[in-house]
Design a protein around this ligand. Structure first.
Ligand code: DQA
Length: 146
């Protein structure tokens, strides 16, 4: 059994209320539940942390080193400018998936670049709530081939 850490960045605590035309009507709890169910179906355990604070996310990545097999991270707006989270991800040796509900590449100019994406194994973006289960499947496929 592997531990998969799911990290949710700023403003994702407001999922369901926040711009539902972009992010959908599901709450963060709904999305985390989907990811947990998918992980358990594959015999793995999912842990989740949401924070609006960059340092909390960096600390969580540090704590996961050597303990978790994979990280799924939706860094929210930090994707676009947090070199601290990018550097922290670089210290983690396991599988890393960057996850977005929307497709930032199809949105405003400032969302089109991710500074964190270069430090992950792959990206799941644009599938809304379904992305949470897809990200877990991506992790499992990567773990199966490791
Ligand atoms: C997001 C996309 C980011 O650009 C935005 O700042 C978010 C959510 C997404 O899941 O689509 O907070 O990461």
């Amino acid at each position: 059994m592997a531990i998969i850490l799911l990290l949710s960045g700023p403003n994702l605590n407001l999922l369901g209320e926040r711009e539902p035309q972009i992010y959908g009507s599901a709450s963060l709890a709904d999305c985390v539940s989907d990811a947990s169910v998918a992980a358990e179906a594959r015999g793995h355990l999912l842990e989740h942390l949401q924070s609006n604070h960059e340092g909390d996310l960096v600390d969580a990545i540090h704590r996961s080193r050597g303990r978790c097999a994979a990280i799924i991270v939706n860094p929210g707006a930090f994707s676009h400018y947090s070199y601290a989270i990018a550097d922290a991800l670089a210290t983690f040796d396991g599988t890393k998936v960057e996850l977005h509900l929307s497709n930032p590449s199809a949105r405003e100019e400032w969302r089109r670049h991710s500074v964190t994406a270069a430090y992950v194994t792959g990206v799941v973006a644009g599938f809304g709530r379904a992305g949470y289960g897809l990200a877990v499947e991506a992790v499992c496929a990567s773990l199966d081939t490791a």
